[in-house]
Write a protein that binds this ligand. Structure first.
Ligand code: HEM
Ligand SMILES: *[C@@H]1O[C@H](CO)[C@@H](O)[C@H](O)[C@H]1NC(C)=O
Length: 336
C-alpha cells in the first residue's frame, strides 16, 4: 500500500500501516476471507482493466468518481458488499437502485458495466461485480485524491436486491451525530471511521432537496439553521428554490465548494467554518463527541488519507459473500 502524492517522508508511516493492515486482516473474520491479489492467477489483469476504465471515464467527467465511491458505500451498507446495488428491477420486484436514496442521484453504473464487459472478454465469469466496484472506488480515490491502497478481493455477487431494505440501512442526510454513530456501529464501523469516511463528501454533488430544510423555514424561531454560516446560506438560497415553490427542478450544488473534484481534507475545514451542506455533515463539527476528530482531520491531511484508506478497506469487508454463498455475474445488472 502506498499513499501517493504525499511524498517520501510518509513512507515510514505507510510501512506501519501495511503491518497494521496485515494484522487486522488476520484477526477479522470477514477480512480473512478476502485476499489482496485474489485474481493473480485466475485473471492477472483484472485490476489493471478496471483502473483503465475508471481513468478513462473520470478524465471526461470526474464527478463519476464521486458517484462510484458513493455506490460502493451504498452497496456495502445494504446486504453487504455483494453488488446488490447494481441489480436492475425485475417484474414484481423493485431493486435497491429504485430507492429515493439512489434514484435519481446514484451515478457511474455505465463505468462498472464497461469494466465488466472488458473483463468478460479477458476472463469470462472470473471477476465479481462486487470486486469491480471495490476496485473502482479505490481507483477513483487515486485519480481524485492520490490515495492508493490495496483492495482485498474475492467477494461474490448476491442474487437479491430489495428497494425497501435501503431505508432501514442507509443513513438519511438529516441524521444527527448520535444517529450516525449508531447506524455505522451496526455495520461494525467506529465513530472515528464514520467521521473519516464522511470526508468522501469532499467530492461530488448534492441535490438541493437534501438540505433545503436548513436554508428555508428551518423552524419557528430560526429561518436558517444556526449551525450554517448566514452568508453561505444566502448563496445557497440563490442556487436552490424553496421547497414550497413547486419548482419543477431540483438543482445540484458541490458538497465542497472549494475543491469539488479533489478528494482531500478541505471538507473538514469547511465544517469548522459552518459550510457543511447536509445536517449529517455539519453535526460532526457541532457534536462534542466528534468535534475533535473533525479538527484533527482538518489539520492533518496525510493522516486523514491513511485513515480513509483503512476505513474503506473495512467498509469493503462488510458482510461479504464467499465460498458457495454467491455467484459471479456475467452482467452486473442481472443475476445469472
Ligand atoms: C455519514 C452518513 C452519510 C450520509 C447521511 C450521506 C448522504 C449523502 C447525500 C444525501 C448525498 C447527496 C445525494 C444527492 O442529493 O445527490 C451524498 C453524496 C455523496 N456521498 Fe454520502 N452520505 C454519508 C456517508 C458517505 C460515505 C461513508 C461515503 C463514502 C465513503 C459517501 C460518499 C458520497 C459521495 C462521494 C457523494 C457525492 C456523489 C455524487 O457526486 O454523485 N457518503 N451523501
Ligand atoms: C430551532 O432550532 C434551534 C437550533 O437548532 C434550536 O435551538 C431551537 O430550540 C429550535 N426551535 C424550535 C421551536 O424548535
Amino acid at each position: 500500500m502506498a499513499i501517493s502524492g504525499t511524498g517520501n517522508k510518509f513512507s515510514g508511516a505507510v510501512c506501519l500501516l501495511v503491518l497494521f493492515l496485515t494484522i487486522s486482516a488476520m484477526s477479522t473474520v470477514s477480512l480473512a476471507s478476502l485476499k489482496v491479489g485474489y485474481y493473480k492467477h485466475s485473471c492477472p489483469s483484472a485490476e489493471a482493466i478496471v483502473r483503465k476504465q475508471v481513468n478513462k471515464a473520470l478524465a471526461r467527467n470526474p464527478g463519476l468518481g464521486a458517484g462510484i465511491i458513493r455506490m460502493h458505500f451504498h452497496d456495502c451498507f445494504v446486504r453487504g458488499c455483494d453488488a446488490s446495488v447494481l441489480l436492475d428491477s425485475t417484474p414484481g420486484r423493485r431493486s435497491e437502485k429504485e430507492h429515493p436514496a439512489n434514484n435519481p442521484s446514484l451515478r457511474g453504473f455505465e463505468v462498472i458495466d464497461a469494466a465488466k464487459a472488458k473483463l468478460e472478454s479477458a476472463c469470462p465469469r472470473k471477476v465479481s461485480c462486487a470486486d469491480i466496484l471495490a476496485f473502482a472506488a479505490r481507483d477513483s480515490a487515486y485519480k481524485l485524491g492520490g490515495i492508493n491502497y490495496a483492495v482485498p478481493s474475492g467477494r461474490l455477487d448476491g442474487r437479491v436486491s430489495i428497494e425497501d431494505e435501503v431505508t432501514q440501512n442507509l443513513p438519511p442526510p438529516f441524521f444527527n451525530t448520535a444517529q450516525l454513530i449508531q447506524n455505522f456501529a451496526r455495520k461494525g464501523l467506529s465513530t472515528d471511521e464514520m467521521v473519516t469516511l464522511s470526508g468522501a463528501h469532499s467530492i461530488g454533488i448534492t441535490h438541493c432537496s437534501s438540505f433545503s430544510n436548513r436554508i428555508y423555514n428551518f423552524n419557528s424561531t430560526h429561518p436558517v439553521d444556526p449551525s450554517m454560516d448566514p452568508h453561505f446560506a444566502r448563496e445557497l438560497r440563490r442556487r436552490c428554490p424553496a421547497p414550497t415553490s413547486n419548482a419543477p427542478t431540483d438543482p445540484t450544488v458541490p458538497l465542497d465548494f472549494v475543491s469539488p473534484n479533489r478528494l482531500d481534507n478541505k471538507y473538514y475545514s469547511l465544517l469548522n467554518s459552518k459550510r457543511g451542506l447536509l445536517t449529517s455533515d455539519q453535526t460532526l463539527a457541532t457534536s462534542p463527541s466528534t468535534a475533535s476528530m473533525v479538527t484533527n482531520n482538518a489539520k492533518n491531511g496525510a493522516l486523514w488519507a491513511n485513515k480513509y484508506a483503512k476505513a474503506m478497506i473495512k467498509m469493503g469487508s462488510i458482510e461479504v459473500l464467499t465460498g458457495n454463498q454467491g455467484e459471479i455475474r456475467g452482467n452486473c445488472r442481472i443475476v445469472n
